[in-house]
Unconditional design. Structure first.
Length: 165
């Protein structure tokens, strides 16, 4: 008996699913969206949003400092005010109050997780690593011996090319 290959993972569609799930009045950073997918590819999330984000609630994905997408500040502010998103007014500029506005998918919601990163056992509250060994309450990450090399470079992560320096 041969196992059927899993369909290829569509990172763009997974990003769109996560972004659509962000409730009004809340935000996620690019890194938060990537983490919800089991990735560290925040720049790849930004690229997806730049090319495919027009039909999504793009204003709900912000930079890590609480600032809206670059060159869309005025339009984003209209959305934030309409949705009641918490803002902080500084001396010369505003930003989002990430402490109050930040949102993350509920634990156990693996809607966009990269296939093969983690496997849930029958109870759903334990996770198995690549060797199939389950560990309760902790997500397993590949080690240098599993994927990539000793400096942590992971060739399967599209958002982290090797640093030339």
């Amino acid at each position: 008996m041969t196992a059927e290959p899993s369909p290829p993972f569509d990172f763009g569609a997974a990003v769109a699913d996560v972004v659509r799930s962000i409730p009004p009045g809340h935000v996620m950073t690019y890194g938060d969206v990537a983490a919800a997918l089991g990735s560290r590819a925040s720049r790849a999330v930004g690229k997806v949003m730049a090319h495919e984000g027009a039909d999504l609630p793009w204003w709900r994905v912000v930079r890590s400092g609480g600032h809206p997408p670059i060159r869309h500040e005025a339009r984003a502010l209209e959305h934030y005010r309409a949705e009641g998103t918490p803002l902080v007014q500084g001396a010369s500029a505003w930003r989002l109050d990430l402490r109050r506005a930040r949102w993350s998918p509920p634990p156990g919601d693996r809607q966009g997780e990269v296939p093969g990163d983690r496997q849930a056992d029958a109870t759903g509250d334990r996770q198995a690593d690549a060797t199939g060994v389950a560990e309760a309450g902790r997500a397993s990450r590949p080690t240098a011996g599993d994927v990539g090399d000793a400096d942590g470079y992971d060739p399967t992560d599209p958002g982290f090319p090797r640093d030339p320096f």
